[in-house]
Design a protein around this ligand. Structure first.
Ligand code: NAP
Length: 514
């Protein structure tokens, strides 16, 4: 019989390849969190592959100036690894990266990690009940595949007419070109979302001219970021429950926003008032204020925290262009009004393609189809984690798990607990395979879509990256985070088809024994 999870000593080598218990793809918060939990549970036979040359996921990839998380530090951390060293209330990218590197080292994950190992193909081999992986650093095999590619990992840049003719420098914020320091340059930047709002105040003082192509103005509230004093950090070190308490307070306050987003819009009125007053205080010119006032409900798109955005875009070297880009020429962009603007550098702060992740094209399930083929543009899963027809696949930060109000790390930890329970269930029941029942997945998604139809994301009068190419909201979680935690507390085996190990073909068994 083929072995089950946790009995790696008896694992056969299949075609000369060791079959790991688990292969994890992606070394961001999700993949590292899963690896740490496995390690803590004494499940040592796993490999963590990462396409980048360091751990950190999105926090490794995004190195643009001003990159900072908009969730407070004490909540944007693993519950099992509080960090008394956070030196700001909201963590900067470099410190998050340092935190993740430290976790990888402290919890012994690095020896399991293969960097520069992009997943090229993962195929379910039904008669051997395992995943066969092709990676940039060679083949791998595993009984269970944990895909943790991150939601915002595939940059999206518009195909502007004439872009191929442009002779200046052009790059996306997620692939920041640090060799171009922009000093004295004429720059066009597209976008006014969370990323643009962080980048612009950083680069505006050093560029000669900044043409800001704003398609839709964001709702912006004052940032409440501040340094964490040395004394406070010392206190967190000496009395850890204080940091836990702070985390609890932040968590509870944030959770109350979910009421407004998903149930009762009146809860969002205070935030709207805050944003309107902020705009009035920071932008004295009524005409400009009009241009910067959103025409959709607050929280429909992700709300932006910034006290630096409005001052920066009112500086004399910034032009706000609302007519879009008509054409790109060798050394210029032409806007929608036909005005040509000479530029040296073109920056895309135009977001990501969360519903079109390349990894979905590379994972092939029971019938040989890829996730992308099965999803056809609209990703869906059971509990955002498992997909019918893709046995022993656990997706972290999968469909409909993104939040508009709290920390994704909390959601990831819920998923990881569920994934760990799935592994334990296989072990306890002597099973080798789980596959979610299609009807459980369908009922779950029907419920989600019905609830989403009443949220501010779906009815607030805006377009956003929460909607896939079919116009379906495949991205957001329409509830409290504690509800998701409750639903993922146990691996609900009744929603799955569990299969026992199938007999190993005689030839393979013989090669395993030799
Ligand atoms: P985004 O929110 O999707 O914003 C993209 C911006 O580009 C929007 O203003 C969009 O305009 C504009 N755009 C897209 N295509 C365009 C085109 N062809 N011409 C002109 N403008 C165009 O992307 P993002 O700012 O990178 O943020 C994505 C997500 O990443 C955030 O929602 C957040 O979850 C995360 N993030 C978080 C932080 C943080 O923690 N502080 C920072 C950065 C990013 P429209 O609005 O009209 O579509």
């Amino acid at each position: 019989m083929a072995p089950t999870i946790g009995r790696s000593d008896s694992f056969p080598r299949v075609n000369g390849t060791h079959v790991h218990d688990v292969a994890i793809v992606g070394a961001g918060f999700g993949g590292l969190g899963m690896a740490i939990r496995m390690k803590q549970a004494g499940m040592d036979d796993f490999v963590l592959i990462e396409r980048g040359d360091d751990v950190g996921g999105t926090w490794w990839a995004n190195s643009y100036p001003g990159c900072q998380c908009d969730i407070p530090s004490n909540l944007y951390s693993f519950s099992f690894a509080p960090n008394p060293n956070w030196d700001r209330a909201y963590p900067m990218r470099d410190q998050i990266l340092e935190y993740l590197r430290d976790c990888a080292e402290r919890f012994g994950i690095l020896p399991h990690t293969r960097l520069n190992s992009e997943l090229l193909e993962a195929t379910w081999v039904a008669d051997e009940q395992r995943w066969e992986l092709e990676t940039a650093s060679g083949p791998l095999a595993a009984r269970v595949l944990v895909a943790a590619p991150g939601l915002l990992s595939e940059p999206s840049s518009p195909a502007l007419p004439g872009l191929e003719r442009f002779q200046g420098n052009a790059f996306h914020t997620a692939e920041w070109d640090h060799s171009d320091d922009l000093t004295g340059k004429r720059v066009a930047l597209l976008g006014s979302g969370a990323t643009a709002v962080q980048v612009v105040p950083e680069i505006q003082p050093r560029v000669a001219k900044l043409h800001l192509f704003q398609r839709t103005p964001p709702w912006v509230v004052p940032h409440t970021d501040h340094p964490v004093t040395r004394g406070m950090r010392e206190l967190y070190r000496r009395v850890p429950p204080l940091q836990t308490l702070s985390r609890g307070v932040v968590y509870t306050l944030r959770e109350s926003v979910a009421v407004g987003i998903t149930r009762d819009r009146r809860w969002l009125k205070a935030a709207e008032l805050n944003a309107r007053l902020h705009l009035r205080r920071q932008v004295p010119d009524p005409e400009l204020r009009g241009k910067l006032t959103p025409n959709y409900e607050i929280f429909c798109k992700r709300i932006i925290l910034s006290s630096k955005w409005y001052p920066a875009i009112q500086e004399p070297n910034v032009d706000i262009v609302s007519s879009g880009v008509e054409e790109v020429r060798k050394h210029s962009v032409v806007d929608g009004d036909g005005v040509e603007r000479e530029i040296d550098t073109l920056i895309f702060a135009t977001g990501f393609k969360p519903a079109e992740l390349p990894i979905a094209e590379r994972i092939r399930g029971r019938e040989g189809s890829s996730l992308a083929e099965v999803w056809n543009g609209s990703p869906e899963a059971y509990l955002g984690t498992t997909v019918a027809g893709f046995p022993n696949l656990l997706f972290l930060y999968g469909p409909n798990l993104n939040l508009g109000h709290s920390s994704i790390v909390y959601m990831l930890e819920s998923q990881i607990a569920y994934a760990m329970d799935a592994l334990r269930t296989l072990q306890l029941r002597g099973a080798a395979e789980f596959d979610v029942r299609a009807e459980a997945q369908a009922a779950y998604n029907e419920e989600l879509q019905e609830r989403l139809s009443r949220t501010v994301w779906n009815t607030g009068g805006c377009g956003s990256w929460y909607f896939d190419r079919n116009g379906r909201n495949s991205i957001q979680w329409p509830g409290f985070t504690f509800e998701f935690r409750r639903r993922t507390r146990r691996f609900d085996a009744a929603a799955y088809r569990l299969a026992p190990p199938t007999p190993v073909p005689a030839t393979t068994a013989a090669s395993a024994a030799s």
